[in-house]
Design a protein around this ligand. Sequence first.
Ligand SMILES: Nc1ncnc2c1ncn2[C@@H]1O[C@H](COP(=O)(O)OP(=O)(O)OP(=O)(O)O)[C@@H](O)[C@H]1O
Ligand SMILES: [Mg+2]
Length: 476
Amino acid sequence: MRKGFGGTGAIRGSIRRRLLTWLLVSTAVIGLLALLDTRAEAVRTANTVSDRVLAGSAMAIAERVSVDETGDGGLSVDIPYSALEMLSSTAQDRVFYRVDGPPGTFITGYRELTPLDGPWDVPVFADAAFDGAPIRVASLRRAASTGIDSIPFVVTVAETTAARGALTSTILLRSALRLGLMILGATVAVWIAVTLALRPLHRLGAALSLRSPDDLSPIDEAAPREVRGLVETVNGFMARLAGALGAMRNFTGNASHQLRTPLAVVRTQLALAARAPDLPAAQAAARAGDAAIGEAERILAQLLTLARVDAAGSAAAGAARFDLVALARDTTAERVPDAAGAGLDLGFEAEGSAEIRAEPVLVAEMLRNLIDNALRYAGRGAEATVRVRPGRGGTVVLEVQDDGPGIPEHRRAEVRARFVRGAPVQADSSGAGGSGLGLPIVEEIATLFGGALELDAGPCGRGLVARIRFPDPTGT
Ligand SMILES: Nc1ncnc2c1ncn2[C@@H]1O[C@H](COP(=O)(O)OP(=O)(O)OP(=O)(O)O)[C@@H](O)[C@H]1O
Ligand SMILES: [Mg+2]
């Protein structure tokens, strides 16, 4: 019984899982970007801190560079080891230094260390490698005064970056941990939120499952805005279902009631035929039985049409624009031989074409009923005309007019009701039987497509004009 809606696997899966997947993927991407940014920031911070210390020790060494006492213009330096300890105290890092005099003169320190170029008196920094290990280098360019002129020198200090790396990874680790906790928290929050948000749906489902199977009344359970559309759709669907079920019940009820009479007649006539003393009596009974079968057939056809109209409901299913003139002309032509047989002069009047929006099969059925009435009730020698003409404000009018006895004014309202029939017809008119469903069918089909049925007396008060006014097909 249960059927999916033909969606993809993702639609069938759990809403909770989809939300969580989206949340996790998006926070993971955002988190990764945040971590990259944090790492850059951490490296920058660590560099600033250790650069300041490097610059400090370079300056401390530069303070101790002096012109040689011997007077040969050379430079000497008395390395203050406290300045280097300031660096090595940080961690497991190694420290190097080098002091150079005027270009080309090495004074002291590690020859493998390369001094950096830079402006006077401002420390410059760079990343480099020493002995295969990454280092951070700072150089400070200054001049020592001899009293007569000044001698330039460069102090270079370097340190391996193990401590800075450790600091960076500590910062990074903490950020990652914080992010992980946040994602975990969000997951729990979404889990709870989804459970709470879906509760009205569960309530709705529970309320529906408690209903009796034939309860098709609209759902009036409070529903969140997102689900209200669905509830409205289900309500609309149930209304249509109720309409269709009603039409079916109507049909079965009416069918059994209306068919009982002709079937009883058939039975009686068969019994009469069986007991008939001679052939003419048997033939008469057979003819009467055949007429009753014909009537049953007619009633069944009318009931089926009515059930179709009822089931179509207000949806006007299958409505399309078509030319009413062509349809009316064809339908009228179909009935001309029958009309001639009944002694009726059936004619058609229309000019050009006239479009309406409706279902052609039902409109033809409607017109057949009106022609059929003229045929049955107008009487021999009468004249009937089917007419299509433009009405007021873009409407299209379909008329069937006859000059028979018509329907007295006080009865025109009641003959529109189901199963209501007029006074017994003249003895010579064809097919005395009828179910009283013709005009109700006409009216219901007209209403289905926005039209209306009017019953009037013909010109000079003679006969009947049955008129259907269809709305402008271009209007909404
Ligand atoms: N053109 C007409 N002239 C005179 N009387 C009419 C005409 N059309 C309808 N009537 C009267 O209105 C009554 C109701 O018509 P309606 O078409 O609804 O039912 P029916 O013709 O009796 O049965 P059905 O059409 O279902 O076979 C008819 O019994 C008839 O008395
Ligand atoms: Mg009829």
